[in-house]
Design a protein around this ligand. Sequence first.
Ligand code: PRP
Ligand code: URA
Length: 209
Amino acid sequence: MGQVHVLNHPMIQHKLSYIRDKNTGTKEFRALVQEVSMLMVYEITRDLPLMETEVETPVAVAKTKVIAGKTLAIVPVLRAGLGMVEGILNLIPAAKVGHIGLYRDPETLKPVEYYCKLPPNVADREVIVVDPMLATGGSAAAALTAVKERGAREPKLMCLVGVPEGIRTVQQEHPDVDIYVAAIDDHLNDHGYIVPGLGDAGDRLFGTK
Ligand code: PRP
Ligand code: URA
């Protein structure tokens, strides 16, 4: 069974508080989401495999280590996942970026896929699906299905805020997937919003409300 990791680093928790604040404007909200995303990926990638190499310093040859294997692929779920990409690329500039377009049908709250484009060789890459919100879990589960159908093996899921309902859905549909969140909130309201959450992540990132 995949594990649920709550990333409790004080910097992540501190910034998340400002992200949640309804008085935080679009510009600051955007910047904070990027910063937290970078910090979360820093934590998530601490177990990446390394391989030995040698570099010539100005003084001598040093036996050192570099990350083994193909570069990471991050896959934001459109739209709100886009708000996390730049922060992650600040940390891992060579990461490839795929995109999955999903929207929640406002009546059924079920995800509908409208776009999917992934980097080549996803089977050989560490794939991290990113979306700020894990609410019913429908979008995340559908995104994970989409990347797996295209070859991703053991993708990870990274969200800022989740709720137990959404975590359960992902675990039921994708028992192999590790889930990383900065917080697990209390519940979903009747409109499918996380309580207390941070509101509509896409609208707050893009100023569309
Ligand atoms: C939000 C969010 C997730 C989804 C989570 O996107 O970014 O993708 O809802 O909800 P779920 O867990 O119940 O599926 P939304 O559908 O509002 O689209 P947007 O990113 O375009 O704003
Ligand atoms: N999507 C959001 O943007 N916010 C929520 O609270 C739930 C789903």
